[in-house]
Design a protein around this ligand. Structure first.
Ligand SMILES: [Zn+2]
Length: 145
């Protein structure tokens, strides 16, 4: 079988296990992880990633993620998926309210680190939590986006 044919076979096999919804999503009927994302195979590979790779005709790089336009985790419709970076994924999740990393610019981060006032005062000024001020000062990575 040609490379292209193999890819299409995988793609069709995955899609055959999915159900079309009224919203036009293709919902995965197989195993889903705790966040509702479609997984397949023994090692619980990401179905959306596999479908996106098949539709792009290339592998996603290590730092790339398959993101959903439709915000429906079990959806594996190729036209609802797009390539993003892990950073995009974090921003996307923040925007959709799934997690809550607070946004700070590089300049703000620098200013907060140099600010000697009480953390509560700094937090108020930037409209962020005191916890985040503490994270910024202690350089806890990933606490802000
Ligand atoms: Zn969808």
């Amino acid at each position: 079988m040609s490379k292209r044919g193999e890819r299409n076979a995988v793609y069709e096999e995955l899609l055959a296990q999915s159900v079309r919804t009224e919203q036009g999503c293709l919902e995965w009927a197989g195993y889903r992880n705790h966040k509702g994302y479609a997984r397949f195979g023994k090692s619980h590979k990401s179905v959306s990633r596999r479908v996106l790779e098949a539709s792009l005709g290339r592998k996603l790089e290590a730092g790339e993620c398959a993101l959903h336009r439709c915000d429906n985790p079990p959806c594996v419709a190729a036209d609802h998926l797009f390539v993003g970076t892990i950073r995009d994924n974090n921003l996307d999740m923040a925007r959709k309210g799934r997690s809550n990393p607070q946004k700070l610019t590089e300049g703000q981060i620098k200013a907060i680190r140099e600010d000697s006032r009480a953390q509560v005062v700094i937090a108020k000024e930037y409209g962020i939590s005191q916890q985040l001020v503490s994270f910024v000062k202690n350089r806890v990575r990933g606490a802000w986006a």
